[in-house]
Design a protein around this ligand. Structure first.
Ligand code: ADP
Ligand code: ILO
Length: 320
């Protein structure tokens, strides 16, 4: 998307621009320059990046979040009673698990590419102190990455709960600095409510469980996010919604997915075309940029900006 949208004319317009915290064009596009197989290839270093580099980011955002115009206002709806998504597979024949996550960043801190070790640690402290007060189904424990033994970390990654180490896209965007300091995962005993701390975004708030009960997963996420809204102020603007370092995660910051067995559909010649038509994105079984196994795909909503959270989940339900 960067290659398509950074035309010679746009390049001339933005090549010498800089945000007040020093974010340059080179910093925004380095991840895609290093990783030529990127789908998107840009990251924003701070809130101002989206304004200062709008000649590049504006068209790219409209390109990814189909139907959204940069001048539009972004809506929000986290009322689970507005969702119509009865379990599509009550017998558990096709859907292995359901996961819905949102990305969030705290107001007052830069986005991750320009964050500092002090910033990461301050965020970790603030967030974990608040999470420690959560009760009921949101009650859990924080596990810092620093000091976690390799086998425990790898098991959490293999079981789809924890982010992976050394992601080359994040590395080139400057997001892996001082790894693993300041990073960690909070979760309840059942691992159905989880919070990633200081990965690509400062927070990833996650609700997940086995099976296809999308409504229950969304209801838990609504409860978690509504509770977190009382504790934190997140970076947010009227037209871009919640801000994130990758422009694909703007707006709702929401990716609602199912792990689903579709060996025949995925082998169909029109698989990609059908996914595009329904605004869904197929990923491998271990997340983005991973391969898949046994015809099991991660199917999720592609658009996250310009439509509400309820509509994002509805996109995934309709497409899946
Ligand atoms: P993100 O969704 O946070 O953008 P990834 O695509 O890397 O990032 O996925 C993170 C992890 O979540 C991966 O291990 C992936 O397999 C897991 N995951 C995604 N969707 C589901 C799902 N429906 N059920 C179980 N695990 C899932
Ligand atoms: N920079 C990577 C990832 C893009 C979208 N995904 C995430 C996790 N932000 C790319 O361009 O392929």
């Amino acid at each position: 998307l960067r290659k398509k949208n950074l035309t010679p004319a746009v390049f001339e317009q933005v090549k010498d621009r800089k945000t007040s915290s020093g974010v340059t064009l080179k910093a925004c596009i380095n991840s895609g320059l290093v990783n030529t197989d990127s789908g998107v290839g840009v990251y924003a270093g701070d809130e101002e990046t989206y304004k200062v580099f709008e000649p590049l980011f504006g068209p790219l955002i409209e390109d990814y979040h189909k139907g959204f115009k940069i001048t539009d206002k972004h809506p929000s709806d986290m009322d689970e009673s507005h969702l119509t998504a009865p379990n599509p597979d009550p017998e558990g024949k096709y859907i292995l698990s359901t996961r819905i996550r949102v990305a969030r960043n705290l107001r007052g801190y830069p986005l991750q590419p320009t964050n500092t070790l002090d910033g990461l640690k301050a965020i970790e402290k603030k967030v974990t102190e608040s999470l420690a007060t959560f009760e009921g189904e949101l009650k859990g424990t924080y596990y810092p990455l620093q000091g976690m033994d390799e086998a425990t970390a790898q098991k959490l990654i293999d079981d789809h709960f924890l982010f992976k180490k050394g992601d080359r896209f994040l590395e080139a965007a400057g997001i892996n600095q001082a790894w693993p300091e300041g990073r960690g995962i909070f979760h309840d005993d059942a691992k159905t409510f989880l919070v990633w701390v200081n990965e690509e975004d400062q927070l990833r708030i996650i609700s997940m469980q086995n099976g296809g009960d999308i409504g229950a997963v969304f209801a838990r996420l609504c409860k978690a996010v509504n509770t977190m809204n009382k504790h934190f102020e997140f970076q947010h603007t009227e037209n871009l919604g919640y801000l994130s370092s990758c422009p694909t995660n703007l707006g709702t910051g929401m990716r609602a997915s199912v792990h689903i067995k579709i060996p025949n559909a995925s082998a169909h010649a029109d698989f990609k075309k059908i996914c595009d038509e329904y605004h869904i994105q197929p990923r491998g079984i271990h997340g983005e940029h991973s391969e898949t196994a046994g015809g099991v795909y991660d199917i999720s909503n592609k658009r996250r900006l310009g439509l509400s959270e309820v509509q994002c989940v509805q996109d995934m339900f309709n497409g899946g």
